[in-house]
Design a protein around this ligand. Structure first.
Ligand code: ADP
Ligand code: MG
Length: 649
């Protein structure tokens, strides 16, 4: 199908065609020098079509040709996706840079997967088997996973396997099976397939209500504002409050199989940091490079806006593809505000009627549709898999009362609001505990969480009151309550992302320390005066903070160990199942990590281990100290009782 360019403005081209075209189909604008620029039809009016170009449009002229296709914007799916760094159109960036240099010219596209590399194929079905879309035909090892080669997702109804390739080493373009449909037509299948990015990819028996906690190892998230496998959450925050750092910590330490990072529209420098850093980072769970279970899609603010829009969907589709294999995937989008800005720009060019703050009226539904693609599912072979979405929002001036934040809030299950005042005070992670919320149940008993939530709230009330009435006007009990809230904040909610031990706190450790914190909060210390209260809580705080740097000692929970173990296993059923099935020998490697991998790390890091205290020793000191405070109370009480007795006598 051929058209002719009638107008070019910015990233949009209006073309005329006599052929039948459909919205969302892709095509190429052909520049005079022969370069073909990828574009998508975003509106059809009679014989005139509006195209958004995923490249810079410089050099395109009125009268140039447009070649239109019937296919929609799609991604290539197959082994070799893990560890890749793609742009929004799934061009592998390192390869692109190798071929054309670091200054990317428009019109260069590279196949997303290496077609020469060979993979060790093992068939899992035999000729004669009856299969449906997404059924496994065989698998190849990819990184630490078994990558399932599945019946193409677009297949409808039942197919019979006519032939399957024998075990062997093949490139992804090799035909590994031939399927016949009910009409007897043959369909050759290779290890790769394509899928349109804007269409949700989910072939499952049923969707599940997400309820298994997704452990991020960030205390304030796991304990106070939990997220779940298959759930959604957002991190709004002003510039520089730590959104990107928080996502990076999560991508390292979260208990998921695969992480897809969409760096969308942020400044190039930040994206470069991510790309440079990641291949060097070690996966705390496998000891291998973190990149082996990560896919990065990047689109900087300098790249064309249309490609930014595409990058969000590309990342989403890749995440869904790995879910289809029975894995738990985390999709991180940074930042969805930039994506919304791209929508605004495109909508403006289309001269649509603008909504609030000039965003298109469909902003809300687009955001909702995006987050709705998250979810936990039961696959047809009964395995449970999930895609969890975490998106950052960067509202101008940190004002959450703007369309993107508000639209996101309506659909997500947890909200981790970063506050400028916390990040300025270097209270990291800067998640504001008074603002944030979660609809999910995490690893800590919700009743306990509620107690601490109310302590934080009441502590804040006292602090505000104190700015009016001064310290003298505040009752000692109220004052102590405020100090306790402060203690919880500094000793538990704040966490040092750059410390080998403190960066990640395991489930067992969080439960254990949380209970200790609760013990302090609920203890009736009965302080004589404010100075004593201040001094005491300061001392307890510093003991707890030191404690955070001590490697975890699992033996502090001996009686409940079995119970805890079975609980953690419970939590990750889906994962152990996957690994049980695919790689029984992997299981042993992955299981102890559930109990407490991070604690092992510093032992490899000898220099640092020397300054760190011993977990049990510090626990003993804390217990002793609390005990002396309580005994003193008891003494006080008995003294006062004595006094009372004397008085009555
Ligand atoms: P944003 O993405 O919100 O604009 P960044 O994530 O880039 O902000 O963080 C800005 C800076 O704040 C970082 O370069 C880092 O110095 C500091 N920072 C953010 N989070 C943390 C953290 N958890 N611990 C220590 N420093 C942090
Ligand atoms: Mg950022």
């Amino acid at each position: 199908m051929i058209g002719q360019i009638k107008a070019v403005f910015g990233n949009m081209v209006v073309a005329q065609t006599k052929d039948r075209v459909v919205k969302n189909a892709i095509g190429h604008c052909v520049r005079k020098d022969g370069k073909k620029l990828l574009c998508e039809i975003i509106r059809v009016r009679g014989d005139s079509v509006d195209l958004q170009i995923f490249e810079e449009t410089r050099g395109l002229k009125v009268g140039d040709q447009v070649e239109l296709q019937e296919q929609m914007l799609s991604v290539v799916l197959g082994p070799g996706l893990l560890g890749q760094i793609y742009d929004g159109l799934q061009n592998p960036l390192p390869e692109l840079a190798e071929q054309v240099g670091f200054f990317l010219e428009p019109g260069n596209y590279i196949h997303a997967l290496d077609t020469e590399r060979t993979w060790d194929w093992t068939p899992k079905v035999q000729a004669g088997a009856v299969v449906e879309a997404a059924d496994t035909l065989g698998n190849v090892p990819e990184s630490i996973f078994e990558h399932n080669i599945m019946v193409p997702f677009g297949c409808e109804g039942q197919y019979t396997v006519q032939s399957v390739a024998e075990s062997g080493s093949y490139p992804i373009i090799k035909e590994i099976a031939i399927l016949t449909d009910s009409a007897g037509n043959e369909h050759p299948v290779t290890m790769e397939q394509t899928w349109p990015v804007k269409q949700p990819l989910c072939v499952a028996k049923r969707r599940l209500l997400p309820s298994k906690p997704l452990v991020t190892s960030v205390r304030i998230i796991d304990s106070m504002f939990p997220i779940v496998q298959g759930g959604t959450y957002c991190i709004p925050g002003p510039f520089g409050a730590g959104k990107t750092v928080l996502q990076q910590i999560t991508s390292r330490h979260a208990h998921v199989d695969i992480v897809v990072i969409t760096a969308c529209g942020e400044r190039a420098g930040e994206v470069v940091d991510t790309i440079r850093e990641f291949p060097e980072l070690q996966d705390p769970r496998t000891g291998k490079s973190l990149m082996e279970r990560t896919i990065i899609i990047c689109n900087t603010s300098a790249m064309p806006v249309a490609a930014r829009d595409a990058s969000v969907y590309t990342g989403m589709t890749l995440a869904e593809y790995y879910r289809q294999m029975g894995l738990n995937v985390l999709l991180l989008a940074d930042s969805t505000s930039r994506w919304a800005q791209a929508m605004r720009e495109i909508s403006g060019r289309l001269e649509e009627i603008p909504g609030e703050e000039a965003f298109p009226a469909y902003l809300e539904s687009r955001i909702a549709n995006f987050y709705e693609r998250a979810g936990a599912v039961e696959l047809r072979d009964k395995r449970i898999a999930s895609v969890t979405i975490g998106g950052t929002v960067s509202p101008a001036g940190g004002n959450f009362d703007e369309p993107v934040t508000q639209a996101t809030l309506k659909v997500v299950g947890a909200f981790h609001g970063l506050s400028r005042s916390r990040s300025d005070a270097r209270r990291y992670p800067a998640i504001d505990p008074l603002d944030s919320w979660s609809k999910y149940v995490g690893i800590i008993d919700p009743k306990k969480v509620e107690i601490l939530n109310s302590v934080l709230r009441r502590g804040d009330e006292v602090r505000q009151m104190m700015t009016v009435v001064g310290e003298e006007g505040t009752p000692t009990d109220d004052f102590a309550l405020m100090l306790k809230a402060e203690f919880f904040d500094s000793a538990y909610l704040q966490q040092n992302a750059f410390d080998a031990v403190d960066a990640a706190t395991s489930v067992d450790r969080q439960r254990f320390v949380f209970d200790k914190i609760l013990e302090v909060i609920e203890a009736d210390f009965d302080f004589k005066d404010k100075d004593e209260a201040r001094h005491t809580l300061k001392k307890i705080s510093s003991m707890f903070i030191n404690w955070n740097y001590a490697p975890w000692d699992q033996s502090v929970v001996p009686e409940s160990e079995e119970q805890n173990k079975s609980k953690s296993e419970d939590k990750d059923i889906s994962k152990s199942e996957v690994q049980d099935k695919s790689k029984p020998d992997e299981k042993d490697v992955s299981e102890p990590e559930e109990t407490d991998k991070p604690a092992d790390k510093p032992s490899a890091n000898d220099g640092q281990a020397a300054d760190r205290g011993d977990f049990k020793e510090i626990l003993g000191q804390i217990d002793d100290y609390i005990q002396t405070l309580l005994i003193k109370d008891d003494n006080d009480e008995s003294e006062s009782e004595n006094e009372l007795e004397e008085a009555t006598a």
